[in-house]
Design a protein around this ligand. Structure first.
Ligand code: IMP
Ligand code: MG
Length: 426
């Protein structure tokens, strides 16, 4: 038995989709364990691009079991749409290769309306994906949520939905934008039920008879978007750290296995919140253009900046990372000079970690170290010998600063363009 848990070490969009897909060839079971369709993973397979939101990347490979565990919030309509679109492209999806946790909570249409309303009026907004993620997790914590298993009983569904809608009614009392009625929501849930229930199972039981299975836990977002460890309140509403893989799946925490931190060779963030190494200038524009930094889910332009070693060293410790997969180095190929953020100054004092206080974060001045660029292509490299010496120096400097070894180096969006230092499944 061995397992690998893939985690983003920054603010999401580190290139997890590609790495997870590469690893999924070696796995028997691939588990999505948190988040929802706020995530967007882009995969390129034989020149064809696939964008996945809710389904684990392993769904694209034959003879793998893809699992959506209980910590994921599921929008039934979004899930069915994603399934339909993949099936139209010839991907086989059936209860034989997809299991959905029967105890996972649902995102209801009202959650989308609440997300929008809260962004507009109540909190001043944090730049969410407007998918209803936060309100759905809030209802789960408040024990109001409807779950996948509830879809099996119409009258139970009606009772629970009625009280949930009653609870939230005041939020919409003076809103011109009203959520659908109880009856509309019930009809849509009942329609989804017959298609979703065949996939519903107790996920914890899957692992019982599969002692030798290789499991890949596929994280979404990143450590700095974690509900507690992230840049609160500019975070998502789920736990993005590896322990959640075990909590969500109902499996021993030691089976989280090797923790692979996916790390982009520079930094991006989508939505609001602190970003010390941000380059709100022509450098950021260039990174965004070369890196095609537009959200997979919302198509928003991502904010871009230099690599922040403080941030990644911190997430390495918090998430117990065993090695990183460094991605998108080729985006830096044309830069004459490359900066790395190595520390923060706050009121003249040097900090080696990102404090949680928003008012201190607002006063951070990044300390940069400048390295010469390599001005040559690293794209598609499959061995160290294919890399310019200066590019290798950049990788070594990152390893030194974050105190983590590089396990994988991903050199293009294509599945097989990877330099393997240490295969996380060993
Ligand atoms: P929510 O998850 O939609 O509530 O959004 C909360 C914050 O997390 C916003 O800043 C989003 O942009 C960010 N976020 C959520 N999912 C992702 C993701 O998959 N990649 C990057 N940022 C994300
Ligand atoms: Mg993404």
């Amino acid at each position: 038995m061995s397992s690998v848990t893939v985690i983003g070490t920054q603010w999401g969009d580190e290139g997890k989709g590609k790495v997870v897909d590469w690893l999924s060839e070696r796995a028997d079971i691939i588990v999505r364990f948190q988040g929802g369709h706020n995530a967007g993973h882009t995969l390129v397979i034989d020149g064809e691009t696939y964008k996945l939101s809710l389904l684990p990347s392993g769904i694209l490979r034959k003879n793998k079991l893809a699992v959506i565990a209980s910590g994921v919030v599921i929008d039934p309509q979004a899930l069915l749409k994603e399934i339909d679109e993949l099936q139209e492209r010839g991907v086989e999806i059936s209860p034989d290769n997809l299991v959905i946790a029967e105890n996972a909570s649902l995102i209801l249409p009202i959650h989308r309306y609440m997300d929008k309303r809260q962004e507009q009026v109540l909190r001043g907004g944090i730049g969410t994906t407007l998918r209803g993620i936060g309100p759905a997790y809030a209802d789960r914590a408040a024990r109001r949520a409807l779950r996948v298993c509830d879809l099996a009983d119409k009258s139970y569904l009606r009772t629970r939905l009625t009280s949930l809608l009653d609870h939230h009614a005041p939020l919409f009392s003076d809103s011109p934008d009203k959520p659908p009625s109880l009856q509309e929501m019930l009809t849509s849930l009942e329609e989804s039920a017959s298609r979703i229930l065949p996939f519903a199972q107790p996920v914890w039981r899957l692992f019982e008879g599969r002692r030798h299975a290789q499991i890949l836990f596929e994280g979404a977002q990143g450590v700095h978007l974690d509900l507690d460890h992230g840049t609160f309140p500019y975070v998502t509403s789920s736990r993005t750290v590896p322990a959640e893989a075990a909590c969500s799946s109902g499996i021993a925490t030691r089976r989280v296995g090797f923790v692979l931190g996916i790390t982009k060779a520079y930094t991006t963030r989508v939505g609001l919140g602190p970003f010390p190494s941000e380059q709100d200038n022509e450098i950021g524009e260039r990174l965004g253009k070369l890196g095609n930094e537009f959200g997979t889910v919302t198509n928003r332009k991502r904010r871009c900046g230099w690599f922040d070693a403080v941030l990644v060293r911190q997430s390495g410790i918090i998430a117990g990372i065993d090695g990183i997969a460094l991605t998108k180095m080729d985006v830096l190929d044309s830069f004459a000079e490359i900066d790395i953020c190595v520390g923060y100054l706050i009121d003249g004092e040097r900090w080696t970690h990102l404090p949680p206080h928003p008012f201190l974060q607002a006063r951070i001045e990044p300390i940069f170290e400048t390295m010469p660029g390599w001005r040559a292509s690293t794209r598609g490299a499959r061995s160290w010998a294919d890399l310019p010496a200066q590019a290798i120096k950049y990788v070594r400097r990152i390893e030194e600063l974050i105190r983590q070894p590089v396990s994988l180096l991903s050199t293009s969006p294509e599945r097989e363009d990877v330099i393997v230092v240490r295969d996380p499944f060993f």
